[in-house]
Write a protein that binds this ligand. Structure first.
Ligand SMILES: [Mn+2]
Length: 327
């Protein structure tokens, strides 16, 4: 049996399904979740959505996001299948071990570093987004592609390809986008919600952050960070940091961009989230793996522990080593 057969069979056979995605969810995680939720609801199954962290504001326009539960506890009875979407490891889901006991875990993802942590693993590393895998899943299961699901999958493609710009963008990506638009997804209203609805606090945080850009390794690496004081002074929050790292990568000559922010769990500081972006042949996914995280060739991250200074020192060393081996 192929992984696709196993995944489809698990979904067909399940009575209660819980859809979840990684901590601090992005457009791919939320869009995949919403798209599959609406498609499966037509089958008469009990379908729930639950994530450790809340849905970012810019995705609230997707219908069904108000039904996404949040927090470390999920008490709903009768769930026999958990579907993990867009997460490279089980730890990235942010739930206690107990959460998974007695339930089948189906892992659907496109990260090269995915640890095959599910009971069933559906990994398509050439997919431009996890949502692209969900579209194929909907088709294979013979489910209806509603306007709502098409819109949610369009969001996954738009955000995970950095607006049809990154290396994952192929002719297939545009075929996929065309199919979604024909099914009712509207590019401009979606772009307006995702990219043209910034708050003043977000802009203020961006300004503060960019003012502190640090170029190192002779201009080959660019560093940005936020901390609790910067949130406090600007009124911004973790959601407002989405995309800031792209400014660091956008500088000419930069090969590795690094962004560091506090990693929170229910208002507790649990470490530092370090995000990497690459531009040329350096594989920041491998860099992140070497620091205990994971990701893609040009976009990756990890969570580290210690003081900010300790973490930055450690990451600077790792980045310098990678750059020296590529000079
Ligand atoms: Mn993704």
């Amino acid at each position: 049996m192929t992984d696709w057969d196993k995944a489809c069979e698990a979904i067909r056979g399940a009575n209660g399904i819980m859809l979840t995605t990684h901590c601090n969810p992005d457009g791919d995680g939320i869009g995949s979740q919403i798209a599959l939720y609406h498609a499966l609801r037509y089958t008469g199954k009990n379908v729930y959505m639950h994530n450790r962290d809340s849905v970012p504001r810019i995705y609230h326009f997707l219908s069904g996001t108000d039904a996404v539960g949040e927090g470390e506890d999920f008490t709903q009875k009768g769930v026999d299948l958990i579907i993990s979407l867009d997460a490279g490891s089980r730890a990235r889901l942010g739930f206690p071990d107990l959460f998974f006991e007695g339930r089948t875990l189906l892992n659907i993802d496109h990260h090269t570093s995915n640890g095959r942590f599910g009971d069933i693993n559906l990994l398509e590393i050439n997919a431009c987004s996890t949502g692209a895998i969900i579209l194929e899943m909907i088709e294979r299961l013979g489910l209806r592609l509603s306007t709502v699901s098409a819109t949610a999958i369009y969001v996954t493609v738009l955000t995970d390809t950095s607006s049809f710009r990154n290396a994952a963008t192929t002719a297939d990506t545009f075929d996929l986008a065309a199919k979604l638009i024909r099914a009712g997804a509207e590019p401009w209203p979606i772009a307006r919600e995702v990219y043209e609805s910034q708050s003043r606090e977000q802009l203020s945080l961006l300004l503060t952050c960019l003012g502190m850009v640090d170029l190192r390794n002779g201009g080959r690496s660019a560093w940005l960070h936020v901390n609790a004081a910067m949130y406090e002074n600007t009124g911004g929050d973790v959601q407002d940091t989405e995309g800031i790292i792209e400014y660091a990568r956008s500088l000419q000559g930069v090969e590795i961009a690094v962004f560091i922010r506090p990693e929170m769990c229910a208002d507790r500081h649990v470490g530092w989230k370090v995000t990497f972006r690459g531009k040329y042949d350096i594989d920041v996914g491998a860099l992140a793996v070497s620091l205990g995280g994971g990701g893609h060739h040009h976009a990756a991250g990890c969570t580290m522990h210690g003081t900010f200074e300790e973490v930055r020192h450690h990451v600077r060393h790792a980045v310098s080593t990678v750059l020296e081996s590529h000079s």
